[in-house]
Design a protein around this ligand. Structure first.
Ligand code: SAJ
Length: 428
């Protein structure tokens, strides 16, 4: 296998062609390997084979066309076509169930598919974010199905990704990567394989350490955002601007406080902390409490809005509220677990009308001006760059009542003539 990796003659199957699987398949194909992508969604298979990506990402179409054009990348939904490959890379989603426990059925189905077609000596890599101890469990599942001995008759690795949508191809090359093997040889092989395009540092460890590392990265971020949100809540009560305080605290050489906001969205931070604690017998509660704090931020934004309506003597049930931004983060069209949607859920039954405008996602109104025409309040729920340079004087003229609630620290200076409220900004 090592030789075939060196010579790039090893054949690779990527299972799941989503926003991680497809870029990964493209990188290996353009690094010289023959790659077949296995995807159950037939419409996705057709699009990819015609050289058209089904996900929005800079550079993806020309990179995909190069890979498909030179015959190194093909997609299929027929498992027979991924039989006897040298390498299987599993990039399927691992969402949470309603009760915040993990739904590993997509992963198990993918592992069963691989077990049904792999050969002795295959290298199986899980890139999906999984609870600790999952990779070794999946190795046992493969042994049950194939009779192959883990680490002897096949290699198995957890190799998490760290890419940020919008910069995926750069980060796939330059970010450092960790390869967690069920055996050292497994990690060794995976590192050799990925060094065909990875220029960042690479590290080898066990599969369980690798699983925990990935989850710690996002849990660290989620807990630190919760701490920033707690600071914002205190700042309201002390009548200070928390962002001024954070900026000054961050002048300390070893302090890096995150940014408070209307909440934490995406498909990683709301999920990964739950995956990290789920298999444990017990925990101290800090990680779960941080999740509750972050999930509660849309409610704080609602309190600020209703406080502003009270000051304006505007009964909430008569108020027209325009929400700017639906995506979970700035300059993205992704609305998964978006705090903006949670905020809308919190207010929609208590106000007369909720209008939405998002330049990346769309909304009830196609333009900002239309959304604000006759509105009583505008709530900024996503940090899209476009919202940083708005002419509030002009926009204020369109509104019936001028209330501005800033959920993402977009407005540096409260505009004249507005009743202004911001997360972490002064009196509450
Ligand atoms: N957010 C805050 N305050 C902050 C930073 C973020 O409220 O200081 C909010 C954002 O508005 C957003 C959410 O948190 O709603 C998540 O933001 P994010 O920047 O963490 O974006 P993700 O979830 O797309 O990316 C994270 C990244 N992980 C880390 O930075 C440790 C990315 O590198 C991972 O690859 C990705 O999760 C993942 O796939 O795990």
């Amino acid at each position: 296998m090592e030789d075939r990796i060196e010579k790039r003659t090893a054949e690779i199957a990527v299972i799941g062609l989503g926003y991680i699987g497809l870029p990964t398949a493209i990188m290996f194909a353009n690094a010289g390997f023959k790659v077949i992508g296995y995807e159950i969604r037939k419409e996705v298979v057709e699009k990819i084979n015609s050289g058209e990506a089904h996900i929005v990402e800079p550079e993806i179409n020309e990179l995909l066309q190069r890979a498909v054009g030179n015959g190194r990348l093909r997609a299929t939904s027929n498992p027979k076509e991924i039989r006897d490959k040298d390498v299987y890379i599993i990039c399927v989603q691992t969402p949470l169930k309603e009760d915040t426990t993990p739904n590993l059925e997509y992963l198990e189905n993918a592992v069963r598919t691989v077990a049904g077609v792999m050969k002795k000596g295959s290298l199986v890599i899980i890139e999906s974010t999984v609870p600790p101890l999952t990779t070794v469990k999946m190795a046992k599942l493969i042994e049950e199905i194939t009779g192959f001995k883990p680490g002897e008759d096949f290699y198995m690795v957890h190799a998490p990704e760290r890419v940020m949508p919008g910069r995926i191809f750069k980060e796939l090359v330059y970010n450092s990567r960790i390869f967690g093997g069920i055996t050292p040889e497994s990690a060794e092989l995976a590192e050799k394989l990925y060094r065909s395009f990875v220029k960042g540092q690479t590290f080898k460890t066990s599969s369980t350490v690798s699983e925990v590392v990935k989850l710690m990265e996002n849990t660290f971020r989620d807990v630190n955002i919760a701490l920033a949100n707690e600071f914002a809540y205190l700042a309201h009560q002390y009548g200070i601007d928390v962002f001024e305080a954070i900026e000054l605290a961050n002048t300390h050489p070893r302090v890096r406080i995150h940014l408070p906001g209307i909440g934490v969205g995406g498909h990683c931070l709301p999920k990964d902390p739950h995956l990290l604690v789920w298999p444990a017998r017990d925990d101290f509660g800090l990680i779960r409490l941080a999740r509750e704090i972050n999930d509660g931020m849309p409610l704080l934004a609602k309190d600020l809005l209703f406080e502003a309506l009270r000051i304006a003597n505007m009964p909430p049930q008569e108020a027209i509220v325009a929400v700017l931004g639906l995506a979970y983060k700035g300059d993205s069209d992704d609305t998964r677990n978006s705090p903006a949607l949670a905020f809308i859920e919190e207010i929609k039954d208590d106000v007369a009308e909720v209008r939405t405008y998002d330049p990346f996602v769309g909304g009830t109104h196609g333009s900002l001006e239309d959304a604000l025409e006759g509105a009583d309040a505008v709530v900024i729920a996503t940090d899209h760059t476009e919202f940083r340079s708005l002419d509030w004087k002009e926009l204020g003229r369109l509104m019936r009542t001028r209330i501005l609630v800033d959920g993402r620290h977009i407005v540096e200076k409260p505009p004249k003539g507005f009743i202004f409220k911001g997360i972490g900004r002064g009196e509450y």
